[in-house]
Design a protein around this ligand. Structure first.
Ligand code: HEM
Ligand SMILES: *[C@@H]1O[C@H](CO)[C@@H](O)[C@H](O)[C@H]1NC(C)=O
Ligand SMILES: *[C@@H]1O[C@H](CO)[C@@H](O)[C@H](O)[C@H]1NC(C)=O
Length: 338
């Protein structure tokens, strides 16, 4: 058994090495991003985004989760370029209706509102990709998470990546190796992946994304303790075994659903992770490195916050060199400029 685990572990490490070599050239391009990018052209940009995000999160804390996820789905598909915000038109197929995003992304109107205010304050200046990056930072901060400085200067794409959405975004039932490889191919590490998954300390998942888990190995990972089984029966009452309950939702962190803290990792230690991909970080036979990180963040909020902040900057740094040549500052985040 020991040999079995070791050999798998070695295979995993080799695979990651190959992947990271293959990908380093893709992301090595110099970033034009800077902290003071809008200092002279739009000095109030940070205030305006913060104000709008305060209103949004105050009216519903779920809005913080919606914006954070939008930013993630933007960056994993042709870099952080606002591509996820584009609506379908006759000539452009957006990403919103790709299977992984359909019914699963919201919060676009919050971004519209911020953009409108910025267009009257400093027209044609602040990209939608930057707005989303700042808004995601504020979202985290406003529900109790860490603050970090946001490098700025992204440009908006003139196209979207419908097919890349399917290929690049991790799915609820992906195994650990698949998820790791999706992060590595974006230039992110296993550590980034475990820290960024901590985003699931806020927000909701639809039953369609956790039904297999609760009618599958949930009892096995969580043990047979009464508290976990009680939680499981609550989940089953929200998420029936048939497809009628597909769109019913449950918090991914059932202990502190609206607080950005390390509770997500403590839930994984108890084997109560809602989404299969989350629990795999701790319970998969391949979860050697990821398990140690889950334990670390479960026991140390500061370590989690520090890594999360650094990994969010890395997430926001993902670029498609094309965008910098062909990019623009959209006037309306939903449409390419005419
Ligand atoms: C590690 C791989 C990941 C997988 C497999 C994954 C998968 C999912 C799934 C299936 C949902 C539920 C969506 C729904 O049912 O509508 C979800 C929600 C969410 N994800 Fe992830 N995710 C991952 C990583 C991330 C990362 C890196 C971030 C942010 C940096 C993130 C932020 C969120 C947020 C905030 C929500 C809640 C959205 C809401 O309340 O509507 N996720 N994720
Ligand atoms: C992200 O990009 C900024 C600006 O280009 C750079 O200074 C910083 O080192 C990068 N950070 C990470 C964590 O990759
Ligand atoms: C959807 O959730 C509600 C409670 O939130 C529950 O009463 C209802 O039975 C659920 N629907 C299905 C089909 O499970």
């Amino acid at each position: 058994m020991a040999f079995f685990l070791n050999s798998k572990h070695i295979v995993l490490q080799c695979m990651l090495l190959v992947l990271s070599i293959a990908c380093s050239c893709l992301h090595a391009s110099e970033h034009p991003l800077t902290l003071d990018y809008y200092k002279s052209t739009c000095p109030t940009v940070l205030e305006i985004v913060r104000k709008e995000m305060e209103c949004a999160v105050l009216s519903d804390p779920r809005n913080a989760a919606l914006i954070l996820r939008l930013h993630f789905h933007d960056c994993f598909v042709q870099g952080c370029d606002g591509s996820v915000l584009l609506d379908d038109t006759i000539t452009l197929q957006g990403e919103k209706k790709a299977p992984e995003n359909l019914h699963a992304l919201k919060g676009f109107r919050i971004i519209d509102r911020i953009k409108n205010r910025l267009e009257s304050e400093c027209p044609k200046t602040v990209s939608c990709a930057d707005i989303l990056t700042i808004a995601a930072r504020d979202a985290v901060l406003l529900v109790g998470g860490p603050y970090w400085d946001v490098p700025l200067g992204r440009k908006d794409s003139k196209n979207a990546g419908y097919e890349l959405t399917e290929r690049n975004l991790p799915k609820a039932n992906d195994g650990l190796l698949s998820i790791i490889s999706k992060f590595i191919s974006q230039g992110l590490s296993i550590t980034d992946m475990v820290a960024l998954s901590g985003s699931h300390t806020i927000g909701m998942a639809r039953c369609v994304n956790f039904r297999e888990r609760i009618y599958g190995d949930f009892p096995a990972t969580s043990g047979m303790n009464p508290v976990s089984l009680n939680y499981l029966s609550t989940l089953k009452s929200v998420c029936s075994a048939d497809r009628k309950s597909d769109q019913n939702v449950s918090a991914m962190d059932h202990v502190t659903p609206n607080l950005f803290d390390n509770s997500y990792y403590r839930i994984l230690l108890r084997g109560e992770g809602l989404i299969n991909s989350d629990q795999e970080l701790y319970s998969s036979v391949l979860a050697v490195q990821t398990k140690k990180l889950v334990e670390k963040y479960a026991g140390n909020t500061i370590a989690f916050f520090e890594q999360f902040s650094e990994s969010m900057v890395k997430l926001g740094n993902i670029t498609n060199p094309e965008t910098y040549v062909n990019g623009e500052v959209r006037k309306d985040c939903r449409f390419v400029n005419t």
